[in-house]
Design a protein around this ligand. Structure first.
Ligand code: HMG
Ligand code: MG
Length: 304
């Protein structure tokens, strides 16, 4: 049911920060052709997305699936009013992004020692030495910089992440000059109570976004907890594809369709066209050779 006004205690509008082309396609076993990536992004814009994380300028050997980042951006048919941020870990990545006219980047820190080493080849502390000049130079070039903090709830090697550790890392990332911090549940172990406690420990929702993977089926419930705590930016991936190659237990992101279905039922606006999202995911599933894991896509896709 579509409700015309937001239910009590919820925002009137949520910005969906779409990560499918980056978080989704970085985790595919096969490299997706650049033309398919470009069409995916074009379809997302046509479905109403206004922010689409397009790709990553990480080391091409670390994530070969996105080694075509430059080629993709050069051929991208940019739609006016749509932002196309990219992931950038270091100065080499920033140089590459600037060469391709990028206007917005996202750095990605780790809340835990083990994941900092595995994902960034840095220690928890030395990751900041890598990020600091990236953010300073990006801001000097007039770019917007977002930050992620990964493993906010738990980590496959270290167990539950202490909340004060997440807040410490997250604040340091924000203090570099990032406009927003996205709280990443990289392996999907968070629960709604934990989400509420974490946002509370940051002192409230200001400058916070949420990024849930759905490994334990908690992504929608976690999103609801974040909305009730005042968060209005939610990361999601059309079709529910996604994961991190450096955290094997990570499965897909919260599916954009599942999110939009729930928000429509709560009277929260997104500006997204659910039918177009579902047909995009059905089309993409054909290219990837496997069905979308999203329950809403499965329910709304035409049956053979
Ligand atoms: P490193 O090996 O320590 O790099 O990797 P380095 O700084 O020692 O440099 C070694 C060589 O690599 C140098 O070349 C550099 O130029 C080159 P040489 O001088 O030897 O010829 N190099 C690069 N080349 C191209 N592009 C670059 C680049 N950087 C160095 N950007 C590094 C460190 C950070 C680069 C590496 O660990 C890396 O690329 N990691 C990225 C891993 C990744 O992408 N993971 C997935 C994204 S994170 C995620 O999914 C979580 C998230 O969704 C939130 C959540 O779910 O919680 C965001
Ligand atoms: Mg992720």
């Amino acid at each position: 049911m579509r409700v015309p006004y937001p239910m009590d205690g919820l925002p009137g509008r949520v910005t969906v920060y779409e990560v499918g082309p980056r978080d989704g396609l970085q985790n595919e076993a096969a490299v997706v052709p650049v033309e398919v990536k470009a069409e995916f992004i074009a379809r997302l814009a046509d479905a109403g997305h206004r922010v689409i994380e397009a790709t990553s300028f990480v080391h091409p050997k670390w994530v070969p699936q996105l080694a075509d980042a430059g080629e993709l951006l050069s051929g991208l048919d940019r739609v006016e009013g749509v932002r196309y941020p990219v992931l950038v870990p270091n100065e080499r990545g920033l140089d590459r992004a600037l060469e391709h006219g990028v206007e917005e980047i996202a750095i990605f820190g780790s809340a835990t020692e083990t994941f900092a080493r595995r994902n960034l080849n840095r220690t928890l502390d030395s990751q900041f030495d890598m990020f600091e000049p990236v953010v300073a130079r990006a801001l000097a070039h007039g770019l917007r910089v977002r930050a992620y903090v990964s493993m906010c709830f738990g980590d496959p090697w270290e167990g539950q992440t202490p909340i004060e550790q997440v807040v410490r890392v997250g604040r340091r990332l924000l203090d570099l000059g990032c406009y927003e911090l996205s709280l990443g549940d990289t392996v999907g172990v968070g629960t709604p109570g934990h989400v509420e406690a974490l946002i509370g420990a940051f002192g409230g929702p200001e400058r916070l976004a949420v990024h849930f993977h759905d490994t334990y089926g908690q992504a929608l419930a976690n999103t609801m907890a974040a909305l009730r705590a005042g968060v209005t930016v939610v990361d999601a991936s059309t079709g529910g594809i996604g994961g991190c190659p450096y955290a094997e237990s990570a499965t897909g992101n919260l599916a954009t369709e599942d999110l939009v279905w729930m928000l429509e039922g709560l009277g929260v606006q997104t500006g997204l066209d659910l039918d177009k999202l579902v047909s995009t995911s059905t089309w993409l599933a054909g290219r990837l050779g496997r069905p979308s894991p999203s329950r809403v896509v499965q329910a709304l896709s035409p049956k053979e």
